[in-house]
Write a protein that binds this ligand. Structure first.
Ligand code: ARG
Length: 463
């Protein structure tokens, strides 16, 4: 049964019906639709459209439907209702008869779907905040365990200066912190309730929309009915937050794929997140990480598809907007799965500390130290930079590290070089020197870990 039979004398073409129906994906809004409907029944009661007894009967029946849905959400898919709103109404009428037909008084599917989707975003957003928080906690933990694990730091994928695995972890903790904050902002902005905006011009019943908004846990009611039913900013905003976060996850995945490669051999991922090859028995592939990297593309795709869909749409509601859900669901599901999978990749990861140290000691990553040493002895930095460049070429030709050259050899590059250069060229010294806030010096990393722990703890006490 369609919701709009009176004006029509012909049934919908089955191909059109299939094209138009959204139940196969918006069934995920069932709980939100029911919760919204209960709130609406109370609003109708407050303006005398429903009696106390009628409202109670509707609420009871809606709660029964909700329970049944929670037990078996897939049952909805067996219906041929157009969308989730029609499905809930059908179920209600089946339970309470004609009384069920009163619920849609003063309401439109336009304000209804806008409300359902915001409720869904809010719920999904909370899950995502928790998932990000969990990943951050885990990475802070890995950082704490790897404060002395030396790792070559790169720029241009060329060994640049030594860092620690802890410092690397904390870089991603920062990125996820910004994602968390962006997501919180987006959730805060979408915390307004469109219900009671009607089809586009507002509802004709003198409903207290602020009270209605509060009853659904929103901060306030939306202010303009035209905007209320046509606004999908929150959908685009959440997808853009997801996109930036996926970008962070993809960079982390790429770093780890490289660290896990035979060429670097810095880490070994657990069997639990890798897979083998059907042909080459020796292979253990980092599929989880590759999929995180790969799935980033589909989240961007969903975001740009949504922007294209809404671009230049006239006010107010247009059916184009039904296209919002599949992309949003997919983008947020994908983001959630990738956060979880990233966390899983740190479970049982083995870090080959000898190998990372060895790699950090190769590649002349202490060259800056030698330049700084010369500066301390009164040579201007530009000149020092040149001298060290020459020294590196000589060392490459000799096939040794800078610190492996004798003092005599060193003195050829600059007469100011003395015995005291050798302690300067050690990894420990390279790390300790970077002691300004945010640097890789052990005391700074320790401070950063304790600060991150405090921030994450504070977050919990706020939730
Ligand atoms: N299934 C529709 C959607 O997702 C619900 C709103 C329908 N409104 C309408 N006027 N046909 O957007």
């Amino acid at each position: 049964m369609a919701l709009w039979g009176g004006r029509f004398s012909q049934a919908a073409d089955t191909r059109f019906k299939q094209f138009n129906d959204s139940l196969r994906f918006d069934y995920r809004l069932a709980e939100q639709d029911i919760v919204g409907s209960i709130a609406w029944s109370k609003a109708l009661r407050s303006v005398g459209v429903l009696s106390e007894q009628e409202q109670q009967r509707l609420e009871l029946a809606l709660n029964e439907i909700k329970l049944a849905v929670m037990e078996d959400p897939e049952q909805i898919l067996r219906s041929d209702a157009e969308d989730i709103h029609s499905w809930v109404e059908q179920q209600l009428i089946a339970k309470v008869g004609d009384l069920g037909k009163k619920l849609h008084t003063g309401r439109s599917r336009n304000d209804q779907v806008a409300t359902d989707l915001k409720l869904w975003c809010r719920q999904q957003g909370q899950q995502l905040l928790l998932a990000l928080d969990k990943l951050q906690n885990q990475m802070v933990q890995v950082a704490a365990e790897n404060q002395t694990t030396v790792l070559p730091g790169y720029t241009h994928l060329q060994r640049a200066q030594p860092v620690t695995f802890a410092h690397w972890c904390l870089a991603y903790v920062e990125m996820f912190e910004r994602d968390y904050s962006r997501l919180s902002d987006a959730l805060n902005r979408l915390d307004t309730c469109p219900l009671g905006s009607g089809a586009l011009a507002g509802t004709a019943y003198p409903i207290d929309r602020e009270a209605l908004a509060h009853s659904l846990g929103f901060r306030r009611a939306t202010r303009n009915s035209l905007d209320s039913v046509s606004d999908r900013d929150h959908v685009m905003e959440l997808m853009s937050v997801a996109s930036v976060s996926m970008l962070h996850l993809s960079r982390m995945a790429e770093d780890l794929i490289f660290y896990n490669s035979g060429e670097s051999g810095f880490v070994e991922l657990a069997d639990t997140v890798t897979s083998g090859s059907s042909l080459m028995p020796q292979k253990k592939n980092p599929d989880a990480l590759e999929l995180i990297r790969g799935k980033t593309g589909r989240v961007y795709g969903a975001m740009s598809a949504m922007m294209m869909t809404v671009k230049a749409l006239p006010l107010a509601y247009n059916k184009d907007m039904q296209e919002d859900k599949e992309g949003l669901f997919d983008a947020l599901d994908t983001w959630f799965d990738c956060i979880e999978m990233a966390a899983l990749c740190f479970d049982g990861i083995k870090i080959n500390k000898e190998r990372t140290l060895e790699a950090a000691m190769q590649g002349y990553s202490n060259a800056t130290e030698l330049a700084d040493y010369l500066v301390a002895k009164g040579i201007p930095f530009r000149e020092a930079h040149h001298i060290v460049g020459v020294a590196v070429v000589a060392a490459i030709e000799k096939g040794c590290a800078l610190e492996e050259m004798s003092l005599e050899e060193m003195k050829q590059f600059s007469s100011v070089i003395d015995e005291d250069v050798y302690p300067i060229l050690t990894i420990e010294s390279c790390l300790e020197k970077r002691c300004a806030l945010g640097g890789v010096a052990p005391n700074q990393v320790e401070y950063a870990i304790s600060q991150a722990e405090k921030r994450l703890e504070k977050r919990y006490s706020r939730v």
